[in-house]
Design a protein around this ligand. Structure first.
Ligand SMILES: *[C@@H]1O[C@H](CO)[C@@H](O)[C@H](O)[C@H]1NC(C)=O
Length: 469
């Protein structure tokens, strides 16, 4: 009856999980971009108060890089903890308890300015990073485990959509005229606590994942109760049988260890592809473009508040394209979209480095830069942004999938960390030519995808993995 439908309680569970968790992930990724000059001034003056001297430009860039990218260190830790937390507490209770980290991080980051401490700010960013790493693993897990099979794809993509929307929200509230000024900026870091409170209140009303209750807790009675609650019907016999069957099939598969992953050819190659795509996603230059877009627009010659508005335009395009990409991947195919994306980004980053170099030569050039950045975002969001996350699950069978995910996800956070940490320093050393590095990388990724990545659209896992046997 309610088997393949969005019941009110299923929708509540999706909203509670995705909005509560995806918001933290997206918001904290985007929040420090728009008000970066205000925050850098604060770093500079706080450093002077604590250590008696002002910062020079290169050290300020390093300190700024640490403040932004420490979140990725936390994200990596959180990602690695996902398996343990989901087994011990369950995906729902894991998400619920994860809000304790939001509370701690909010206190630290909100306090940093009143008590004049850069260190407290950095520790706060680390803690929220751990929270986001856990969210990124637990939330999609919970979403896919509570959904009927026929709705799983759509429901799982809600998390990515909430992330892009939250990045946009962060960029808007970070505007100088809202909270991103030297008086109000601490509130930027306090605001997300309301989403934690929202999640705590709504998750209490949601059941634990039936698959977890059956597969890990071996509690048939509770699993049935949870499923009846979600589907809002007592007629769950068929779905329960499916869940039981899947659980037994999974237990019958031979265990795959991390050692097998790097030794066996049939696992080594897909693992290489999964990790390479995560690295490619981050090294395509997306962070450079998103994190430093405001800066790029200033260098392109935009003045006053205009660079900030242009950055918000990027956020809007990103959200719209993420919605479009949900349909595109089924029509155009994963491999095609990845090749178009990386090939296109190679060309755009080349044009961008040339345009930025000559930014002061002609009045039209700043506008050309802005158009290039927008095209870049469209190319990125059409495939490179979302495909690596789910391709990982498509090129491994059930037995190897958890290990593959727990290696691929931290790879993404680490690659992201390296780019955010090094970009400001390289940028201040070689200027617009920094984008030439991304040109070379994107050409390399294009060739790699062309030669190594299989098309997975409309294929079963068996068909896909057979070629590596
Ligand atoms: C730090 O602040 C001092 C004093 O306002 C200023 O002279 C210096 O240029 C600032 N450093 C940077 C890197 O902006």
């Amino acid at each position: 009856m309610g088997k393949d439908k969005f019941t009110a309680r299923l929708v509540l569970a999706i909203i509670a999980a995705a909005l509560g968790s995806g918001f933290q992930h997206g918001y904290h990724t985007g929040v420090i971009n728009v008000p970066q000059s205000v925050l850098k001034d604060w770093l500079n003056s706080t450093y002077e108060e604590s250590y008696g001297s002002y910062l020079d430009e290169s050290f300020l860039n390093v300190l700024w890089g640490v403040t932004t990218s420490i979140m990725n260190v936390g994200g990596t830790i959180g990602g690695l903890l996902c398996g343990v937390v989901s087994t011990k507490f369950g995906p729902k209770n894991g998400l619920f308890l994860n809000n304790i980290l939001v509370a701690i991080a909010t206190i630290l980051m909100g306090m940093a300015k009143p008590i004049n401490s850069i260190e407290v700010m950095i520790v706060g960013r680390l803690v929220i990073g751990v929270n986001c790493g856990l969210n990124a693993g637990l939330c999609p897990m919970y979403l896919s485990e509570i959904s009927p099979v026929s709705l799983r794809g759509a429901v799982s993509s809600v998390y990515q959509l909430v992330i892009t929307i939250s990045i946009l929200v962060a960029q808007i509230v970070g505007l100088g005229c809202i909270l991103g000024n030297d008086v109000n900026w601490p509130y930027l870091f306090i605001l997300p606590i309301f989403f934690a409170i929202f999640q705590v209140i709504t998750l209490v009303l949601c059941p634990e994942s039936p698959r977890y209750l059956l597969g890990v807790k071996h509690d048939m009675h509770k699993a049935e109760k949870s499923l009846k609650h979600l589907r809002m019907t007592d007629d769950i016999g068929e779905e329960m049988a499916e869940i039981k069957h899947a659980d037994e099939a999974e237990k019958a598969l031979p265990k795959v260890t991390f050692k097998d992953m790097v030794k066996e050819r049939s696992l080594k190659i897909p693992l290489l592809i999964a990790m390479a795509l995560m690295v490619a996603q981050q090294f395509s230059g997306i962070n450079a473009v998103i994190f430093y877009s405001t800066d790029t627009f200033v260098k392109a010659g935009l003045e006053g508040n205009n660079p900030q508005y242009a950055t918000i335009g990027i956020g809007v395009v990103n959200v719209l394209m993420t919605v479009v990409s949900v349909f595109l991947v089924e029509i155009a195919g994963r491999k095609t979209l990845l090749m178009v994306g990386f090939g296109g980004m190679a060309i755009i980053t080349l044009l961008l480095s040339i345009a930025l170099k000559f930014a002061d030569k002609d009045q039209a050039i700043p506008w050309i830069c802005i158009i290039l950045v927008f095209v870049y975002i469209i190319l990125f969001a059409a495939g490179a942004g979302s495909i690596p996350w789910f391709l990982v699950t498509e090129i491994f069978n059930q037995a190897a999938r958890p290990n593959a995910v727990s290696l691929a996800v931290p790879t993404n956070w680490i690659a992201n960390f390296i780019v955010t940490l090094t970009f400001p320093s390289i940028e201040s050393a070689i200027g617009p030519f920094v984008f030439l590095i991304f040109v070379i990388l994107n050409v390399g990724f294009f060739i790699f995808i062309m030669r190594m990545v299989p098309e997975t659209k409309n294929k079963t896992v068996e068909e896909i993995t057979a070629q590596w046997k």
